[in-house]
Design a binder for this molecule. Sequence first.
Ligand code: PMP
Length: 396
Amino acid sequence: MAVQLAHRMASIKESEIREILKVTQQPDVISFAGGLPAPELFPIEAIDRVQHLVLQESGTQALQYTTTEGYPPLRHWIAERMNSRLGTDFDADNILITHGSQQGLDLSGKVFLDQDDIVLCESPTYLAAISAFKAYGCRFIEIPTDQQGMDMEALEAALASTERIKLIYVIPTFQNPTGKTWNLKKRQQLAELASKYNVAVIEDNPYGELRFEGEDLPSVRTFDKTGQILCTGSFSKIFCPGFRIGWIAADKELIRKYVLIKQGTDLQCNTIAQMVIAKYLELYDIDEHIQKIAALYKKRRDIALQAIQRYFPENISYTYPQGGLFTWMELPENASARHLLELALQSKIAFVPGGSFFPNNPKENTLRLNYSNMSEERIDAGLQTLGGILKEYLAR
Ligand code: PMP
């Protein structure tokens, strides 16, 4: 190429998931790879009706520019929802509407990160958060994470080791990729440590509403006495991802900074999409809709875990997610999930090898399995085939 790119492009690589997803476009592939919601539950008829109503009642507003902050009734609904479900204390002015929660992550990079700053994250963590932050030239420290959340001693040791740490990025509820959920104590400890070391936390929570069992847990933000915890959220998994509407919730001074940065990025989110969602929330019962989604995913999680138990060898381990879209599997130490994927693709089965979810130290014997996007029959059949391939692979 004759043109000269920015230095940052040297660290930007093709996403492995996007590459695998290309293969999974073929209809005969059974894919556990993506993180796609079940399309049969998209409320298409309701959206059709609501969109008509919005255009009839307020067409000029819906097709006009709006404020960067976003459509006020939607911001109000989000604040109330977070307060009632997660125990936070937000009002509409604490909310900025973003282009999916993914944009909240990218804007956070712009707001917080200088070249060579450090982001602390769970090990493993969400792949596209790594990509979003990396574009701002940061480095990562992975903090070991068990069934209950981050190892707090390791977190404090990292925080005490350097002043370059600007962000702690966590997904405490039904994490991507592991499906794990932090306990209450760790949520509280995280808020205390963030305050002690003066570091901002991004609590990313796109899956929290999709709980199958167990008690809801409060947001880390509820333990925040110093305004350092920022929350990202999304309509992608409870409504549909195609509208690309999410949000960031934080102290008002911080939201102001995000608004300034977002103005230079895209001025605002899609006006009509925001108004359609707000109208849907006014006319329909989203709780009923979310219950349907959670019930379907629970059924699919149960089928997936039963199939793993039935068809997979005994020397593997996997997580038991209480909600969300994923389970995470560890193969014996010397096995390679990338190699397994090559074999699986020959039988038209796809999944994501876990290595790419670790910014520094990939554990190649891990993989992520999604169960939200396929019929129960295909989940069972696909895992039967994959279990067989894995047994053969390990026996070599
Ligand atoms: N955070 C996490 C942890 C995710 O898994 C995803 C993708 N599902 C996102 C953020 C981005 O989602 P969206 O932009 O659709 O809200």
